[in-house]
Ligand binder design. Structure first.
Ligand code: ARG
Length: 468
C-alpha cells in the first residue's frame, strides 16, 4: 500500500508505478536525504513538535537505514516511487508508527529541494578539487617548458611565435573562471528550503535556522513558493559545467591536432591513447576525443532542463523530477573529463624542437618586420604593406624573411639596417612582448607566480566548504 493511499480506491497501474518512479535515479540522493531527515527530526523535537524520545528513535532508525544502504543490504522497491518514500517506508517498518511522525511539517517538495541542493554543493566541491588538480598540472608543464617556443595561431594559420608555457597558462585562467563560476553557483545553491513544505509553508513552529546549521547551509530561503519551484541552481550548474566542458573540449581539440603526424608537437602517453583494431600503426587520442564529444552531453543536459522548466506554473510540478538524471550525468561527466585531461597533460611528451621549427617557418615574424619599421618612424599601416610585399616576394622565391640579403631588404625600405636579422629572431620576438600578460618569458614567470597564489586560495575555499 502507498503511504498516500488514503483517498484512493484502486491500486496504481503497474505501468504508472514504473513510469512515475524516480527511484532508480534518485536513490543516489540517499545520503543527503537521510542527513536532511535527521536534522529535521532533531528540529521537530527541539521545537516540541515531537518528543525527544520519538526523535531519538527516528534518528537511530535513519542511521541504521543509512548503514544498510551503504552495505548494499537495503531493499529498494520501485513501487515506493522515490528515495524519499523508500526511506520513510523502511523507517516505519523498522521503528513502527512513530516513524510516521518524521514527515510532520515538511513535504517531499521541500525535501527534494533540500537533498538536491546538498548534492549540488557537494558536487561543486568535488569538481572544484579536480579543476585545481588540472590547474596544477598545467602550471607544472608550463614551468618545465617555460622557454619552449611554438607558433601561435589565429584561424589555425601560423600567426606569431608564443611560448608553449604561455599557451598552457591560457587554460589555467579559463579554468580559474570556471572555478569561480562554480563558486558563484555554490553560493546561490547554499540556501536551505526545508520548512517551505508543499508550497505555502507550514503551520508548525519550526526552526529553519537550526536545520540550516545541521545540514551545513549558510542561508535560508525567503519565499516558500520559490524554494520548492525553482531549479535555477541546477540550471546554472549545467551552464557553468557547459562552459567548463567547452574549455576542456578546445584543449582536447588542440591535443588531437598536436599529436597528429602533421603537427607532431606532442606525443600523448600510451596509457592515455588507444589502438586501432585494423591499422597497427594507429595511436588514437580517444580520451581527448571523448572529452570533446561528451561536451555535447553536458550542453544537452542544460537544454533539457531549460526546456523542462520553461512553461511550468508555480509551484511544484512532476516535470521537475526529470531534473536529476541529467544533473547526475553532468556531474559524472565533468569529473571524469577533468580526470582524463589531468592524465593526458601530466604524461604527454613535448617535442620542443618540432614546435620551434614550426615557429621559425610560416612567416610568424612578419609582424616583427612591420614593428621594426615602426621603430624607424614608419606609420604602422605603411610598415604593414612593406612587410606584406616582402612576404609575397619570399613566397615567390621559396625562402623565409631571414634568408633575404640586406640589399634585398633595403630595396624595399632604405630604413632597414643589419640589426633586422636580430629583430626577426623568434626568441627576440617573444621576449619583446613584455607587457602585462604578454608571452615574454619573464611575464609568463610572473603569471605563473600569480596563478600559484590563486591556486592556494582556491584550495583554501575548498577546504573551508568541505569541512561543513
Ligand atoms: N521524486 C520527486 C521529484 O524528484 C519528489 C517530489 C515529489 N513531490 C510530489 N508532490 N509528487 O521531483
Amino acid at each position: 500500500m502507498k503511504l498516500w493511499s488514503g483517498r484512493f480506491t484502486k491500486n496504481t497501474d503497474r505501468f504508472v508505478d514504473e513510469f512515475n518512479a524516480s527511484l532508480p535515479v534518485d536513490k543516489y540522493l540517499y545520503k543527503q536525504d537521510i542527513r536532511g531527515s535527521i536534522a529535521h527530526a532533531k528540529m521537530l523535537a527541539k521545537c516540541a513538535i515531537i518528543t525527544e524520545e520519538e526523535s531519538k528513535q527516528i534518528v537511530e532508525g535513519l542511521e541504521s537505514i543509512l548503514k544498510e544502504i551503504e552495505e548494499g543490504s537495503f531493499k529498494f522497491d520501485i513501487s515506493d516511487e522515490d528515495i524519499h518514500m523508500s526511506i520513510e517506508r523502511a523507517l516505519i517498518e523498522k521503528i513502527g508508527p512513530v516513524g510516521g511522525k518524521l514527515h510532520t511539517a515538511r513535504s517531499r517538495n521541500d525535501q527534494v529541494a533540500l537533498d538536491t541542493r546538498m548534492f549540488v554543493k557537494n558536487a561543486i566541491i568535488e569538481i572544484g578539487a579536480e579543476i585545481v588538480t588540472l590547474q596544477s598540472e598545467l602550471i607544472n608543464i608550463a614551468q618545465k617548458e617555460i622557454e619552449t617556443i611554438m607558433p601561435g595561431y589565429t584561424h589555425l594559420q601560423r600567426a606569431q611565435p608564443v611560448l608553449f608555457s604561455h599557451h598552457m597558462m591560457a587554460y589555467f585562467w579559463m579554468l580559474r573562471r570556471d572555478f569561480n563560476r562554480l563558486k558563484g553557483v555554490f553560493q546561490r545553491t547554499d540556501v536551505m528550503p526545508l520548512g517551505s513544505a508543499a508550497l505555502a509553508g507550514t503551520t508548525y513552529p519550526i526552526d529553519m535556522e537550526y536545520v540550516a546549521r545541521e545540514t551545513g547551509f549558510s542561508k535560508i530561503s525567503n519565499n516558500s513558493l520559490d524554494a520548492v519551484s525553482d531549479r535555477d541552481f541546477i540550471l546554472e550548474f549545467h551552464a557553468a559545467a557547459s562552459i567548463l566542458m567547452m574549455h576542456l573540449s578546445r584543449l582536447s581539440e588542440e591535443l588531437v591536432i598536436w599529436s597528429s603526424a602533421e603537427f607532431s608537437f606532442i606525443e600523448l602517453d600510451d596509457a592515455y591513447t588507444t589502438g586501432s583494431s585494423i591499422m597497427p600503426q594507429k595511436k588514437n587520442a580517444d580520451v581527448a576525443e571523448l572529452i570533446r564529444g561528451k561536451t555535447g552531453r553536458v550542453y544537452g543536459n542544460l537544454m533539457q532542463l531549460l526546456t523542462t522548466m520553461k512553461g511550468l506554473p508555480l509551484a511544484y510540478n512532476k516535470d521537475m523530477q526529470e531534473d536529476k538524471e541529467a544533473l547526475f550525468d553532468s556531474i559524472e561527466t565533468v569529473k571524469n573529463c577533468l580526470i582524463g585531461m589531468q592524465g593526458m597533460i601530466s604524461t604527454m611528451k613535448i617535442n620542443s624542437e618540432v614546435m620551434r621549427q614550426a615557429a621559425e617557418g610560416g612567416f610568424t615574424n612578419a609582424t616583427e618586420l612591420a614593428d621594426y619599421l615602426v621603430t624607424k618612424g614608419v606609420p604602422f599601416r605603411d610598415a604593414h604593406r612593406i612587410a606584406g610585399n616582402m612576404v609575397r616576394k619570399a613566397i615567390e622565391e621559396g625562402c623565409w624573411l631571414t634568408d633575404f640579403s640586406i640589399e634585398e631588404f633595403q630595396a624595399e625600405s632604405s630604413l632597414i639596417d643589419d640589426d633586422i636579422y636580430e629583430f626577426l629572431d623568434i626568441g627576440n620576438a617573444v621576449r619583446r612582448r613584455n607587457m602585462r600578460g604578454g608571452t615574454a618569458p619573464e611575464r609568463v614567470v610572473e603569471q605563473i607566480k600569480k596563478a600559484l597564489k590563486h591556486l592556494e586560495k582556491e584550495k583554501d575555499w575548498l577546504q573551508e566548504k568541505s569541512g561543513r
